[in-house]
Design a protein around this ligand. Sequence first.
Ligand code: UD1
Length: 337
Amino acid sequence: MKKVLVTGGTGYIGSHTVVDLLENSYDALIIDNLSRSKIEVIDGIEKTTGKRPSFYAIDLCDKSALEEVFKLEGQIDGIIHFAAYKYVGESVAQPLMYYRNNVEGLLNLLDMVKLYKVKNFVFSSSCSVYGNIDSLPVSETTKLNPAQSPYASTKVVGEMLIEDAKIEIPANFISLRYFNPVGAHTAGFIGENPAVTPSNLVPRITGTAAGKFDKLMIFGNQLPTRDGSCIRDYIHVMDVAEAHTAALKYLSKLNHLHSHEIINVGSGSGVTVLELIAAFEKVTGIEIPKEITTPREGDVIAVYSDTNKSTKLLNWETRKTIEDMMLTAWHWEKSNA
Ligand code: UD1
């Protein structure tokens, strides 16, 4: 497999995945409408890898423009589909926009997969499809509880759509359910560049350390966990990127069509909010102003991934530590400031 189309390739996980693809001798081309990312990310990718991917500023909802890319590019061996909106709060306020963008974009792309006979497809899903979790760790066979936001619903619908479409489309599909990707490439040329004021923990930690926010609010310290704060499965974004390359390698070895695998992408260990903050303070030597407040509405108390399937099927596991995550996130915050 050589030519890989990456939708949303100038976004956070997309750009890191393009770097990993280029470093593994794939020819990556990017489609992104730049609504949530900047064209400068292409420069960052080039500075990191010495290679400049082809780029099309196209919205997946514009089907005729999308088809032009397939006509122009000829044989595309694989697609990694990141392009989607991802802000939980925004999705609650604008569900129609979220469904239109996330579901219509995927539908249009699947039409192209069928029409242009693309054989390999990787879909960005999310651990948010599990809803509120009863038993830990969460495995791919864990029953899905109701989605907690329109954003999460669009990911559930995306997986269902692929599950049904695999009957009609002669291709193989993988949906990757990401846990909590954080950190940045060590070179410091690409990282997370939130389109709205960040509400995720790591950008809040680094932003507070950089003086962008007065203090870090900790959402709960009396919960039933080892230190009272929430538990999540943080995973370095380059490890997440490598999971995509591993997914493409797995797909290229299959000798059948019409399959769809759902695979967790997590580290397998849960880290508390207080532990993560302590790790940041230790590796950077910066003490963050912080305040304990009540738990955030809609937050699950604890979630982390069962990694058996990703290890077995993709022959992939995480390599980076929490310290790597905190250091690279801080490096990116400073170089991006
Ligand atoms: C959030 C989304 C999830 C999405 C994921 C993508 C919510 C409820 N969930 O997950 O659907 O897939 O981002 O990255 O928005 N925290 C603080 N203080 C802060 C920010 C966060 O204490 O200022 C805590 C939260 O309570 C949580 C943990 O840090 O326990 C991680 O929060 P966050 O980074 O927002 O990720 P998730 O809530 O896991």
